[in-house]
Design a protein around this ligand. Structure first.
Ligand code: LAG
Length: 480
């Protein structure tokens, strides 16, 4: 298998907009906590935006990174040597680095735009030249809506249901759409991936994969001469012409329907119909799916109301119920989970904090006003990463749903037990058979040790109390 799929006990974190130095400083802790990979923001040269409203306190809008100018490794996060240094250091701590690669398009604009310079100084002009890398003939030129302004058609909402080729050949929001059917374009993309692999990168997220023909993408990946772990962004809505399933032969696919299911069930506060089989309009096989509760795009849609892109995920701003939903995603044996680690923002493109504050040990200081959330460090999340690791490949046993549909309990064999309460009141009672060996356990969802004793018959020795929107999670790796 050229593109190895990760085992189920893998959990990766997207350190959104972190610098290479900050990722490097985090890796030792990440490895110990059980994280096996980090997705970093796009690494290639991007556009420079000088004029933006909050430039006194914030970096440029995060989305500049999705507008490639060249494949040189120069970004806000650092240069190539800092990147290579991070990759090596993280590998030493058994943490893989995954790069978000943007192969569908180059930087956007309109045909009137003058020559500009990218972050590494590369001269580029919309659709005409991107340094020596791409020129006008490397892009799609398809008639249709928006052609006059952009020199190519623009993807319209109705295309998702009505025009398969438009989704893949027109521009995504003014971003110059590469004609990936050309072998010379494929070769350049493959060369970029090979360069990353050479530096020790273990995997790639393929940005906007839905907007590239799967055969073209397959050809690009054929040109890669090492074992890259591939996961593809195919934002499948229901009833769309381009489907997530089509891409599963090339690697994993980000399963947006999981995020949808999670949001639906947890906001309805009803834990019936919770499981892969209830995902809206189908689901990928577990080994093909990458699952998440929140991602960087969703955070922005949900935090900043956008009539054109309504909020369809739970996000960090939902508070305790979000933590429970992430914990459940980590406990449930479906797909490979990705945790988003982000910062608070209040407008769509808002950039990362300008000055990251650091702790004495060199790691980012989290949780300050306007700063990084560091969701991956929260005990509710990191404790569940360790839980998932202990559960290994075991499947679910003893699923129990309360009469009110607001508590669920299940085990992963005799290794791990998960109980969640999303009622407005504290749950008091003894748990049903946990399957666990007798002994004294700590709740993996909480910092410190909230002690729970399990008897020979797998039952709790006494009543437990689980607060509203909270979890009791036990595993054999956390006994006292
Ligand atoms: C993705 N997946 O398919 C990324 O997850 C998503 O974050 C990217 O959009 C998108 N595809 C393109 O790679 C982001 C922002 C957009 C932004 C774009 C390019 O969500 O808002 O567009 O990156 O920077 C921006 C402006 C647009 C403008 C466009 C072209 O917001 O108004 O039309 O640039 O100039």
């Amino acid at each position: 298998n050229k593109w190895p799929t990760p085992k189920q006990d893998r959990v990766q974190v997207h350190l959104f907009e972190w610098s290479w130095a900050d990722v490097k400083a985090e890796c030792e802790w990440l490895g110990k906590a059980g994280y096996t990979g980090v997705q970093v923001s796009p690494v290639q040269e991007d556009i420079v935006v000088k004029d933006y409203p909050d430039r006194a306190t914030r970096q440029e809008p995060w989305w500049t990174r999705y507008q490639p100018v060249s494949y040189q490794l120069v970004s806000r996060s650092g240069n190539q040597s800092a990147f290579a240094d991070m990759v090596q250091h993280c590998r030493e701590h058994e943490v893989d680095i995954y790069v978000d690669v943007v192969l569908n398009h180059m930087a956007g604009g309109s045909v009137e735009d003058p020559v500009q310079h990218g972050r590494a100084g590369t001269a580029w002009q919309y659709r005409q030249d991107y340094g020596d890398l791409y020129h006008a003939t490397d892009f799609h030129h398809r008639q249709g809506t928006g052609y006059a302004e952009h020199g190519n058609c623009q993807i319209r909402d109705q295309d998702f249901q009505g025009c398969y080729d438009c989704v893949q050949q027109c521009d995504l929001g003014g971003l110059a759409d590469l004609d990936t059917s050309q072998s010379s374009v494929q070769a350049k993309a493959a060369q970029y991936l090979n360069m990353l692999a050479q530096l020790g990168v273990a995997g790639v997220r393929i940005d906007a994969a839905k907007h590239m023909n799967k055969w073209d993408l397959g050809n690009i990946l054929q040109g890669v001469n090492s074992n890259l772990y591939v996961y593809q962004e195919v934002l499948e809505g229901c009833n769309e012409l381009v489907t997530a399933e089509e891409y599963s032969g090339l690697g994993q696919v980000i399963e947006f329907r999981w995020a949808q299911l999670i949001r639906d069930r947890f906001t309805a506060r009803d834990l019936q119909f919770l499981g892969a089989e209830y995902m809206p309009c189908g689901h990928l096989l577990s080994e093909s799916a990458l699952v998440f509760v929140e991602n960087h795009d969703r955070q922005s849609n949900c935090h900043v109301p956008d009539p054109e892109a309504p909020c369809i995920s739970l996000t960090v701003k939902d508070g305790d119920i979000y933590k429970v939903a992430v914990a459940f995603t980590l406990a449930y044996p479906y797909g490979s989970p990705q945790i988003l680690s982000s910062y608070a923002y209040s407008s769509h493109g808002q950039g990362a904090p300008k000055e990251a504050v650091h702790e004495g040990n060199g790691r980012i200081s989290c949780g300050r006003e306007g700063s990084w959330y560091c969701q991956h460090r929260w005990p509710e999340i990191s404790g569940m990463v360790a839980w998932r690791k202990r559960a290994e490949e075991r499947s679910i046993s003893h699923w129990w749903l309360s009469d009110t549909n607001q508590q669920v309990q299940f085990s992963r064999g005799a290794a791990a037990m998960f109980f969640m309460n999303i009622a407005a009141n504290t749950f008091h009672g003894r748990l049903s058979d946990t399957q666990l060996p007798a002994g004294a356990y700590c709740n993996a969802y909480k910092a410190g040790c909230e002690r729970v004793e399990i008897l020979d018959d797998g039952l709790t020795a006494s009543a437990v109390a689980v607060a509203p929107d909270s979890v009791l999670a036990l595993h054999i790796g956390l006994m006292t």
